[in-house]
Design a protein around this ligand. Structure first.
Ligand SMILES: O=C(O)CCC(=O)C(=O)O
Length: 262
């Protein structure tokens, strides 16, 4: 598939997201699903109470706790494959760095509702959120492993602050709930094989339903100070780095970590 980087970069820059349909073939998705399901089944056993009561995602999928070295190498090779790198380079042209992975599923607890947020709201107060959306860049690449209802996004909010409706819902003020509908929301249904790239700091929510199991790869622009968010155990070790087809994304993170240590 021919990727028009200029067009996608423009779309990302204006809207905060783009989606590519049928980007991965069924063999690629089947191979990824196998590794991710190995993680997920073991994670669920280890986190049984959390899973039953409040979870809607897990993280650190590339870590050593649940996956063998072989499976981790498969996952690292997927994350840094030419198909992923061409899109990562499209949105972060200068030394993009790997941050983490997350796995999104349907909560077992039916009381949990899909909720609007910006990722930066969990680290910053309101004034700093306004700065974060102007200055930093964390990007999610969502790879659905099964057909799902997808994501609902508010286009353009990666660069602009909330309007009154968005703010009261996201912050749950004036009697609003973060699961209320937003008139500015745009639903993006996703099928296995599609890829959605979106800004972590735009207003968004995952839509619960169907058999959703989506792998999100998080990458960041090294201009932002995010290296402390990276768990060492989720990076390939020296031996794995030499076994990877294209380790540039991980080398960039390791370089930032080395600079931080100086
Ligand atoms: O899919 C979800 O439940 C939420 C997704 C999300 O918030 C994210 O990817 O940052």
């Amino acid at each position: 598939m021919k990727i028009n980087q200029r067009k996608l970069n423009k779309q990302y820059s204006e809207q905060g997201y783009f989606v590519i349909r049928n980007y991965f073939n069924s063999d690629e998705i089947a191979a990824l699903r196998k590794v991710v399901l190995t993680f997920h089944e073991l994670w669920k056993i280890d986190n049984a109470v959390f899973y039953k009561e409040e979870a809607f995602n897990s993280s650190l999928i590339t870590g050593s706790q649940y996956l063998s070295s072989d499976d981790r190498i498969k996952l690292f090779n997927f994350i840094s494959s030419p198909k992923m790198m061409v899109l990562i380079d499209t949105v972060i042209p200068n030394k993009p760095a790997f941050m983490n992975t997350q796995l999104f599923f349907n909560p077992v607890n039916v009381k949990l509702k899909d909720f609007w947020h910006r990722d930066c709201q969990y680290d910053h107060d309101i004034e700093d959120q306004k700065i974060a959306i102007q200055e930093t860049q964390v990007v999610h690449l969502r790879v659905p492993l099964f057909d799902e209802l997808g994501m609902e996004l508010v286009p353009g909010t990666h660069k602009r602050w909330d309007n009154n409706e968005e703010f009261t819902v996201r912050q749950e003020t004036q009697g609003k709930l973060s699961c209320d509908n937003l008139s500015t929301g745009k639903k993006i249904p996703l099928a296995a094989g599609d890829l959605l790239v979106f800004s972590a700091d735009m207003i968004h929510r995952g839509l619960y339903g169907l058999d959703r199991l989506a792998l999100d790869v998080l990458v960041f622009d090294p201009k932002g100070d995010f290296v402390d968010y990276v768990d060492d155990d989720c990076l390939p070790n020296g031996e794995m780095l030499t076994a990877l087809d294209e380790p540039r994304l991980f080398h960039n993170t390791l370089e930032l970590k080395a600079q931080r240590a100086c």
